[in-house]
Design a protein around this ligand. Structure first.
Ligand SMILES: NC(=O)c1ccc[n+]([C@@H]2O[C@H](COP(=O)([O-])OP(=O)(O)OC[C@H]3O[C@@H](n4cnc5c(N)ncnc54)[C@H](O)[C@@H]3O)[C@@H](O)[C@H]2O)c1
Length: 451
């Protein structure tokens, strides 16, 4: 992993002038590339986009660092802004993050994005275009192309980034990655991963139209996604996960946590899948399927056999039977976990729990490495302040999200094997699937680097 060090920036003053003139014209202008601020005082000034739900938790975790000063708070729903605004009285509040970035651009160093999946990329890229460090919730993006672009721009601008997979920093996950990399179970040939959660919807498109409540700016909530009528509770909050235009289904939502360790341990960030195939119900064009089995083949790395089989199961009754792996009767698999099959053994990694190695006869006395918990949030803050680096930068979160999203695309073509051309960044001879790599942003929501 490359160490990310903030650079001192002699350009701060001209940038401030530039921003002043930009906001004087009321425009959402993009900063010259490559520029970014260092903390103006000893504290990292943060702005937070989406402060309800997980955003509230992100806000608390990041602001618990003694060197953080919360400068801006943004939420499209003013009810969700209230609590955070009362706690951080010095922070300025906004409903439109573009206004916040334009107005506070010269005061903030880092931006935290905790909105629904479909607005991660536009919000994160808008911040990065201004040279800001970014902590962005998982999955990194809604579209494959967006992940590629966020990782590219973060690298080009040497920004400190972290994807919000906080479990990545937990001792149990890092310990599991160490065990795999030590070769304890040999070369890994298969990874199975599952979540019995259901972030899908098999029904007809929702019908109805309701007046948008005063507290919500529905147009901003939709952001780059196609326009549609507001219906209470079925999209905002939380349930957007089930709907194709906004969420990424159970694979994007939970898969990103559960595939995190296998992806990291096997160094798959250097590889793109050879192909992906999903078994699920026929597409409806509206909701993600409630039950999926997604199979991938990856080219091998030094920790795997020549190729790696990688299978995801989600929805009701999805948990594979331990007997499938010839494990003794009495072994139980949890509702969410990953399972590694190696040439010399196997490993179960519960979400979230201690790794268990099989067969017991071989690994009964196996001594697991000692690993301590890290603070995923403070790691990002420290790295922004020039201390250390992050464990899940966009150079990792981007490729992980890309791979997951290929499975999400494949669930629009059930039963078909979608072959991926890593060099051309496209599915081979599949025009329909290729149309789903990149979304056309709604007019008025285009962002440089994404649209
Ligand atoms: N890392 C984790 O363990 C974890 C857990 C839960 C959620 N998440 C992630 O956090 C994100 C949010 O999930 P949630 O469950 O909190 O959703 P939610 O719908 O409950 O909350 C999203 C918040 O963002 C606000 N918002 C929506 N669009 C916005 C915009 N354009 N600008 C500003 N604010 C906007 C909403 O009003 C709301 O307050 C998702 O990406 C989700 O995957 C991560």
């Amino acid at each position: 992993m490359t160490k990310q060090q903030p650079q001192s920036s002699p350009n701060t003053e001209p940038r401030r002038d530039f921003l002043k003139s930009a906001s004087a014209f009321g425009a959402f202008l993009i900063m010259p590339s490559g520029t970014r601020l260092v903390p103006i005082n000893s504290k990292l000034q943060t702005a937070h986009i989406g402060v309800g739900g997980m955003g509230n938790s992100d806000l608390n975790s990041i602001s618990s660092h003694k060197s953080v000063e919360v400068t801006g708070l943004c939420d499209v729903d003013t009810i969700r802004l209230k609590g955070p605004a009362a706690r951080f009285k010095n922070a300025k509040t906004f409903q439109d993050y573009r206004e916040m970035l334009s107005e506070l651009g010269d005061k903030i160093d880092g931006v935290v994005v905790s909105t629904p999946d479909h607005t991660h990329a536009p919000a994160a890229m808008s911040a990065m275009n201004l040279g800001k460090h970014v902590y962005c919730q998982k999955p990194l993006t809604h579209e494959i192309y967006e992940s590629r672009q966020l990782a590219k721009v973060a690298k080009e601008k040497k920004l400190v980034t972290q994807m919000g997979i906080q479990i990545h920093s937990k001792a149990v996950y890092r310990k599991a990655a160490k065990i795999i990399r030590s070769g304890a179970i040999g070369k890994v040939s298969e990874v199975h991963a599952w979540s019995a959660k259901n972030w899908g919807y098999d029904g007809e498109p929702y019908k109805g139209k309701a007046e948008v409540p005063e507290n919500l700016d529905w147009n901003l909530w939709l952001g780059p996604a196609p326009e549609r009528d507001y219906i209470p509770k079925v999209y905002h909050p939380g349930n957007w996960r089930k709907i194709i235009d906004f969420g990424t289904g159970t694979l994007g939502d939970m898969g990103v946590h559960i595939f995190d360790t296998p992806f990291d341990a096997l160094n798959l960030k250097i590889r793109s899948p050879n192909w992906v195939k999903t078994i699920c119900r026929k597409p409806t064009g509206f909701g993600h399927p409630e039950k999926n089995t997604v199979e991938y083949e990856f080219p091998g790395t030094s920790y795997t056999t020549e190729t790696l089989k990688w299978i995801w199961y989600d929805g009701r009754n999805c948990v594979p039977k331990p007997t499938k792996f010839k494990l003794p009767l009495g072994v139980r698999f949890p509702g969410q976990a990953s399972f590694f099959v190696g040439t010399e053994g196997m490993m179960l990694l519960p979400h979230i729990g201690e790794p268990v190695l099989f067969p017991e006869t071989k690994f009964g006395k196996y001594k697991k490495p000692k690993v301590v918990d890290r603070n995923h949030y403070h790691q990002w803050v420290n790295a922004c302040l020039g201390k250390g680096s992050t464990g899940a930068p966009f150079s990792f979160g981007g490729p992980l999200t890309e791979a997951l999203l290929m499975g999400v695309v494949a669930n629009r073509f059930p039963g078909e094997t979608l072959k991926w051309d890593a060099k051309k960044f496209e599915f081979i001879r599949h025009d329909e699937a290729n149309k789903l790599i990149k979304r056309k942003y709604r007019k008025g929501f285009e962002v440089e680097g994404l649209s």
